[in-house]
Design a protein around this ligand. Structure first.
Ligand SMILES: Cc1cc2nc3c(=O)[nH]c(=O)nc-3n(C[C@H](O)[C@H](O)[C@H](O)COP(=O)(O)OP(=O)(O)OC[C@H]3O[C@@H](n4cnc5c(N)ncnc54)[C@H](O)[C@@H]3O)c2cc1C
Length: 377
């Protein structure tokens, strides 16, 4: 496996860094406080081709290879994990529509989603159905040339502003995916506020009250909702969350290298204390190991290797734990300052915990990895 970036990938990373430095880093603490990212930054993502970046060009997407997409996700995630979550959900849903939607649905929705003109979100979780996705209670029935959906979804990232939702529902007890536009009759949503991590990710709760959608809005065949359509989406989601976790871990490391090189206690810089060096070393090594696992998952995706999916599970599992560990140590190394809004490490800690819960919690990854151990490297 090649672990060196190509010159084109290096150049792309520099562009992403510049974007994050100018458009994200100075504002991320404010977005976190206000619990929203402004429309203007979403417009900027769109203008730079960062929404739909991994989608093929025929779908209006950027045709980015998996490694470059990973670098984009890492950099945006280093600046603001909430903003990174928009890329994650939008791209995972657009990819699922592109792969499983009918020709008409692709023409109608996937193209505008590929360019980011319309925003997509993923609506899987319900109040009573979390890790056990197969237990969703939202139902769909066919009435004439429409589907009628009844039920509710919770914790939907960017649900406050998305134009389309990929919804998992039960139709004659078969798990089936549907695309619900936000202006469908019977659809309503309300913001969820006050969450501790990913605070600016415009979370929403939604209700489908005999919500009517045209029959072409079914995605894939009845019964293929979880095993095919959502599986495609969640695989990309895990890949994106793995890289986003590397971004948080790197942000913690950057903050700690700077802080420990300027704070003095006991007459020396705190980075001169060996116990501090141990924490820094763990952070450096774990961040690097997480990034290498992401590279490997990306390399397998780019070479069309079917092992990419199981390698992505491993990368997501390790990287999300590495982000939490790095953020926990980062707050600690900043002492009391680490608990204030003056420094970003407290936000990193809150955001990192989300990574361990979304796209399959740590325990769900442990079950999946142990059940399908990977082959030799
Ligand atoms: C910030 C944020 C954004 C989100 N965005 C979205 C989104 O865009 N779309 C969406 O559909 N959902 C979204 N979610 C929901 C997320 O996917 C769920 O929270 C997640 O799947 C876990 O479900 P749960 O919260 O119901 O926890 P539960 O499933 O109730 O789990 C509770 C605990 O039990 C453990 N557990 C559960 N099952 C097992 C098992 N079999 N073995 C061992 N341990 C187990 C879990 O690991 C966890 O620790 C989001 C959540 C957050 C916090």
């Amino acid at each position: 496996m090649k672990t060196e970036l190509s010159e084109t990938q290096r150049q792309a990373r520099l562009r992403f860094r510049e974007f994050v430095k100018e458009r994200v880093l100075p504002y991320a603490p404010g977005w976190d406080r206000e619990e929203r990212v402004p429309t203007e930054v979403i417009d900027c993502l769109r203008a730079n081709g960062y929404l739909g970046a991994p989608l093929p060009a025929e779908c209006g997407g950027g045709g980015m290879d998996a490694i470059t997409y990973g670098l984009l996700t890492e950099e945006i995630g280093r600046g603001c994990s909430s903003l990174r979550s928009l890329l994650t959900v939008h791209d995972m849903v657009t990819l699922a529509i592109w792969r499983w939607g009918s020709r008409e649905l692709k023409a109608k929705v996937a193209r505008s989603a590929g360019t980011g003109e319309t925003l997509c979100a993923l609506a899987l979780t319900e109040k009573e159905a979390g890790s056990d996705a197969a237990s969703v209670q939202t139902v769909a029935i066919k009435e004439g040339d429409e589907y009628v959906i009844s039920g509710g979804k919770k914790w939907i990232t960017f649900g406050q502003v998305a134009d389309f939702f990929l919804v998992l529902a039960r139709m004659e007890d078969k798990l089936t995916a549907f695309l619900v536009p936000s202006d469908a009759p019977g659809f309503s949503r309300r913001p969820i506020r006050g969450i501790v991590g990913a605070r600016a990710s415009l979370l929403a709760e939604m209700e489908f009250n005999r919500c009517r959608i045209p029959s072409l809005n079914i995605v894939g065949r009845p019964g293929f909702g979880l095993s095919h359509v959502f599986s495609t989406a969640l695989d990309l989601g895990r890949y994106s969350v793995a890289w986003g976790s590397v971004g948080i871990a790197q942000a913690c490391l950057d903050a700690c290298l700077e802080y420990t090189a300027s704070r003095t206690q006991g007459g020396v810089l705190i980075r001169e204390h060996q116990l501090i060096q141990r924490k820094l070393t763990d952070m450096i090594v774990n961040t690097r190991a997480a990034r290498l696992l992401c590279y490997r998952a990306g390399y397998l995706r780019d070479t069309g290797n079917p092992a990419a999916m199981s390698e992505t599970l491993i990368a997501k599992y390790f990287a999300s734990l590495a982000a939490v560990a790095a953020a926990n140590d980062a707050v600690h190394l900043h002492g009391a300052n680490g608990l204030t809004e003056e420094y970003s490490v407290a936000r990193y800690l809150r955001d990192s915990k989300v990574m361990e819960i979304i796209e399959g919690s740590t325990e769900i990854q442990q079950i999946a990895i142990a059940k399908n151990p990977p082959g030799e490297l």
